[in-house]
Design a binder for this molecule. Structure first.
Ligand code: GLP
Length: 634
């Protein structure tokens, strides 16, 4: 470890790690540094050699570079670039090739000279790959080596495509992609089966030779792997961990991606802590789970041994602190997510009045609602609240071609039954429908598995998902007319990793808010990668919320956050825990199953909700079958 952290707070961090409030601020700081480097070298008559990365992570960084070029005259005329990697088997024009990605995200918008741009060539035949990789290394050397290497990090801890097992001194080479990596790329390629199996990537050794390295990571899905890379041992299992021994490497992360770092997660171990309510709850629940004990059984010495003596002194004894936290946790449990009318609500998560409430569920994609809060939704309906679900996007990008093809074929066959010669023997003019179905089939044929779906195809897939969303709501007892489909333009016009929020998105949401004037809103995306559908949708919501200004209904509105697909809230984050009975869980899973076009089998087990119930049980609270958890947005 050559660049060890200097403060005790960062004592567990083996590579300098900068935590920014948002990805935008982090990306802007890095872009500014790059601009300064380019300008300084330009003034000295030198070139700057940048190592570039793909993926959604660097997108805000590239957008800022483009802005600096367009608005502040930053020139890339003396910049030479080398990209980390490219999928093997994809031509440069393939919609998912990294070459095309780089053109769309950066190259086409700045004054880089085409001859200064380098990416591995994905079309090199296998028997020539080795020589091609050697040439790539030689070209980097000939350019004088990389001044600054930009990196993202994959969920397996890879940098470039250096999957687990890549050695510290590996060089540019062909590599087989990990299962998790291919799953993560499945959405881009419209199905895991379409994701290439191999890629050409710079090696770990190639990356470590860059004079400076900056690795960016956003969103809570990266939190655990960031911790492993920053605090864990240097290991081939996590190729990003090798940056620990680089003399000038650093990580730039947003707040959600920093969540697992010791200084954020267990701050009392490394520094003085202002013990606020959430921090105290975090410490106590952590201690209980660590000692496999219910909260009420924690002892003074257990607090002392774990760096929490100061906390104890504030509360006198473990006994008092335990009871306080136990009660707090106890009060998060409520089977009345819309409030219990007529009840004393001083310690309940939701207000008793008004009843019924206008409950607005904002789902970034259809299924976000059912997955995270299907049972809660069902409760709200059962308790007579006015539930309104607004689906922010159609989710069509997740619907496979086979679904669209099935629909078009059924339509064709149906039309045959209604012609005079058909089985039904009924007359009818199906000319338009037949032409439509044939057109869809022709489009599918023409684009093949990788082509960009045209508007008509996307619309059809969106309709398929709408149907599933309505069926799922019905399965939870909500009549489908309570659903609204916003089809926000950022998604309808966009693609994965390249979404751009527009004013029209915000306006559409503002209209929903102003029309509904909800008493409670349920939404997700606050900790998501800001470029993901959920991340962009969250920004659309918060911007719309701000634009509603000081409207009176806002004072009377509570916002409940849930965790979307990936994870569950940790016990100290939960402000409302809605218990689920075995029957309700079965009903929820039946609703999830309505999303036939893309449901992942892991989502049909109910394990995530069972896990939350286990955690509550382990903390010494009641033992439920399952729990759906929410945090209140303050
Ligand atoms: C791919 C790329 C990496 C990138 C990673 C994470 O594996 N080869 O360079 O860091 O994806 O992608 P994202 O930034 O979209 O999370």
């Amino acid at each position: 470890m050559s660049t060890a952290a200097t403060t005790t707070t960062e004592q567990f961090e083996k590579v300098p790690t900068l935590i920014f409030p948002t990805a935008t601020t982090a990306a802007a700081a890095l872009a500014r540094e790059v601009a300064d480097l380019i300008t300084a070298r330009q003034a000295a008559g030198q070139t700057t050699v940048l190592g570039l990365a793909t993926g959604s992570t660097p997108v805000p960084f590239y957008r800022e570079l483009i802005r600096l070029h367009q608005q502040e005259g930053l020139s890339f005329a003396n910049v030479i670039t080398f990209n980390l990697d490219e999928y093997h088997g994809l031509g440069r024009d393939h919609r998912e090739s990294y070459f095309r990605f780089m053109r769309e995200q950066l190259f086409d918008h700045v004054d880089l000279r085409p001859e200064n741009i380098h990416l591995p060539d994905g079309t090199v035949p296998l028997d020539k790959v080795f020589a091609h990789c050697q040439d790539y290394e030689a070209a980097i050397d000939a350019a004088g080596g990389i001044d600054l290497q930009i990196l993202g990090i994959g969920r397996t801890g890879h940098i470039g495509f250096n999957e687990p097992g890549s050695t510290r001194d590996s060089r540019t080479r062909l590599i087989a992609l990990d299962r998790i990596t291919r799953q993560d790329a499945a959405a881009d390629f419209l199905g895991e089966g379409n994701v290439p199996r191999f890629a050409i990537t710079m090696g770990v050794g190639t990356i470590l030779r860059a004079r400076k390295v900056a690795l960016m990571a956003w969103g809570e899905n990266k939190a655990e792997i960031v911790r492993e890379a920053v605090e864990g041992a240097e290991t081939e299992a996590v190729s990003a961990s090798f940056l620990q021994s680089h003399p000038d490497a650093r990580f730039l992360v947003d707040a959600p991606a920093s969540k697992a770092l010791t200084r954020v997660k267990l701050p009392w171990l490394v520094s003085h802590v202002d013990w606020d309510e959430t921090g105290t709850r975090r410490a106590v629940t952590w201690l209980a789970l660590r000692h496999h004990k219910p909260v009420l059984k924690l002892l003074d010495e257990e607090y002392n041994e774990n760096g929490m003596a100061e906390l104890l002194t504030r509360h006198g004894r473990a006994y008092d602190l335990n009871i306080q936290i136990f009660n707090r946790l106890q009060h998060t449990i409520s089977g009345w997510p819309g409030g219990k009318p007529g009840a004393d609500d001083r310690t309940r998560p939701e207000r008793a009045e008004p009843h019924p409430k206008r409950s607005l569920i904002l789902a970034p994609e259809p299924q976000d609602d059912v997955l995270s809060m299907g049972a809660t939704l069902q409760r709200l309906v059962e308790h007579g609240h006015n539930v309104h679900v607004a689906y922010m996007t159609s989710g069509d990008l997740r619907v496979g071609d086979a679904e669209a093809s099935k629909f078009a074929k059924v339509l064709l066959e149906t039309s045959e039954q209604f012609t005079p010669a058909g089985l039904g023997g009924q007359q009818g003019d199906w000319t338009h429908q037949v032409a439509y179905a044939r057109d869809i089939l022709a489009q599918l044929e023409a684009k093949g598995p990788f082509g960009d779906p045209g508007d008509a195809l996307r619309r059809l897939k969106g309709l398929i998902r709408r149907g599933e969303a309505r069926d799922a709501l019905q399965a939870l007892g909500l009549p489908p007319e309570h659903a609204q489909f916003l089809d926000l333009p950022f998604y309808a016009k966009g693609r994965y990793r390249q979404f751009r929020l527009e004013e029209a998105d915000v306006t559409a949401l503002r209209t929903v808010l102003e029309t509904e004037k909800p008493h409670q809103i349920f939404i997700t995306g606050h900790l998501a990668d800001p470029n993901s559908v959920q991340g962009v949708a969250w920004r659309a919501f918060t911007t719309a919320w701000d634009q509603c200004g000081t409207a009176a209904w806002k004072d009377n509105c509570r916002i409940w956050l849930h965790r979307g697909h990936q994870k569950e809230l940790e016990p100290h984050e939960i402000d409302m825990a809605v218990p689920i009975s075995p029957d309700q869980l079965a009903q929820k899973l039946a609703a999830i199953q309505k999303f036939q076009s893309h449901t992942n089998p892991d989502q049909l087990t109910g394990d995530r909700n069972r896990q939350s119930a286990h955690t509550y049980d382990a903390l010494g609270l009641a033992e439920y079958e399952a729990i759906e958890a929410f945090e209140r947005w303050k």
